[in-house]
Design a protein around this ligand. Structure first.
Ligand SMILES: Cc1cc2nc3c(=O)[nH]c(=O)nc-3n(C[C@H](O)[C@H](O)[C@H](O)COP(=O)(O)OP(=O)(O)OC[C@H]3O[C@@H](n4cnc5c(N)ncnc54)[C@H](O)[C@@H]3O)c2cc1C
Length: 420
């Protein structure tokens, strides 16, 4: 036997399940197809700029992050809790009144925050703000769109702000995600200030990997998994690994390759990374575009940010790094560079002719679709010794991936010790 457990995939879920198993005294081999750990959380360093493979943020308020991550060591550079919303030729910053009192008046008096919407939002979200279990253990669920409609939240706070912001977070613009899941997400935004680690988002999986007893075997894709009596055999690019159990943590688009489970639906996005000239400014806030009459962006970009303003470590001194995100569920999700550049010029009110594209990432399967229904399904045994996990078995987030991995580690431990 090469190990007690072989873990396939070194994203957050695979790494956390390996950690949990090692903490129980089990020997673990982790194999990863790519040349580095991290899965959907990777950072490219280009000319001194840190470009994450798809713009994403770490929310330190996630319970799993608080429990298992040394957040201090990541040196988070935090975004403001709010957003700057562009509507036509105006831009207004709406922000959390307690964290950003400077923006209180503008937030309270903006036409984007009508009283009826604020009241409806308080009714819709209030119980979950007070108790997370209200949403996580709710027995009924529906789409975000239907739920907000039913709550009477139909004004500009919904159309121009919430829908636009959430489309970027959920990576879908139709409002088809689970309302209960969105309540939990908004709760974590209310209690935390998301940010970017000093070394880039990849510092998060790197931290998990560094705590493992044995290094992850990189460039070692698993090709086949089969059970043989009292063992499981994982055929990899580097030979066969024999273990007493396998945890498959490969990401939703790959699940079908190593198990008989159906491939979960996913949502995708594109992030463009620009070296900007001039002084583009958004302060510490995400810039949302709601310039289309009736809500949503007038161009392909749903959100943008001057990353270097929030996270100076993402750019060489004196340089400006801008990200722009488009959604692949829209026809303009694959907009050309020229179109993205034109849209940025409109959003920032400045010429972008001399802005230089550092890279752009098309992430077809950024997150599993979080459809209405039970929020947590947990890892699933597909045979006596093979367990499948990942964010697609929990929630479509860093929180979900960490919890998924931890639960898989515990489940594998229980089986190995004859307790299940
Ligand atoms: C662009 C983008 C933006 C996001 N924004 C946010 C955000 O702001 N906040 C948030 O909480 N979450 C966000 N997420 C979601 C979050 O990043 C994911 O939920 C999480 O990283 C998923 O981790 P995972 O371990 O489940 O899967 P993955 O990270 O996909 O890990 C699976 C691993 O398995 C490996 N693998 C696949 N096949 C094989 C094989 N045959 N053999 C060996 N290895 C294999 C892969 O290479 C990969 O490393 C975002 C994701 C993306 C892509």
């Amino acid at each position: 036997m090469d190990a007690d457990v072989v873990v396939v995939g070194a994203g957050l879920a695979g790494l956390q399940s390996a950690r949990r198993l090692e903490a129980s005294g089990r020997s673990v081999v982790v194999v990863e197809a790519e040349e580095a750990v991290g899965g959907r959380i990777r950072t490219d360093v280009i000319d001194g700029f840190r470009c994450d493979r798809g713009f994403q943020l770490l929310n330190p308020a996630y319970p799993a992050v608080q429990r298992w991550i040394d957040v201090e060591a990541l040196e988070l550079q935090r975004f403001g809790v709010g957003a700057t919303v562009r509507t036509g030729d105006r831009a207004v910053t709406l922000a959390h009144p307690l964290r950003h009192p400077r923006h209180l008046l503008a937030t309270a008096t903006s036409e984007l925050t009508p009283a009826a919407d604020l009241l409806a939002l308080a009714r819709w979200l209030g119980p979950t703000l007070l108790r997370a279990r209200t949403a996580s253990r709710a027995t009924s669920d529906e789409t975000l769109r239907a739920s907000l409609d039913a709550a009477g939240m139909t004004g500009r706070l919904r159309r121009d702000v919430l829908d636009t912001f959430l489309a970027g977070v959920l990576v879908e613009s139709a409002g088809e995600s689970s309302a209960n899941y969105v309540r939990l997400l908004l709760r974590s935004f209310a209690f935390g200030a998301p940010g970017l680690p000093r070394q880039g988002m990849q510092a998060l999986p790197d931290q998990l990997a560094a705590s493992l007893a044995a290094p992850v075997r990189l460039r070692t894709a698993a090709r086949d998994i089969r059970e043989t009596g009292d063992a499981v055999q994982v055929a990899t690019d580097d030979g066969i690994i024999r273990a007493r159990a396998a945890v498959v943590a490969v990401g939703p688009d790959r699940v079908g390759e190593l198990s008989a489970l159906p491939t979960p639906p996913t949502h995708g996005l594109t992030t463009w990374w620009f070296r900007a000239t001039g002084q583009p400014r958004t302060g510490p806030f995400l810039l949302l575009d709601a310039s289309r009459p009736g809500g949503g962006p007038a161009g392909p970009i749903w959100n943008a940010a001057v990353i270097s303003e929030v996270a100076p470590s993402y750019a060489p001194s004196g340089e400006h790094l801008v990200q722009a995100t488009t959604l692949l569920d829209r026809p303009d999700g694959r907009a050309s560079e020229a179109d993205v550049r034109r849209d940025l010029a409109r959003l920032f009110g400045t010429s972008t002719r001399r802005w230089e594209v550092l890279t752009h990432h098309v992430v077809e399967h950024a997150v599993p679709a979080q459809l209405p229904g039970p929020i947590r399904r947990g890892p699933v045994w597909t045979s006596e010794r093979v367990l499948v996990t990942g964010d697609h078995r929990e929630t479509a987030s860093i929180q979900g991936a960490l919890v998924a991995g931890d639960r898989a580690g515990r489940a594998a431990e229980r089986r190995l010790s004859g307790r299940s």
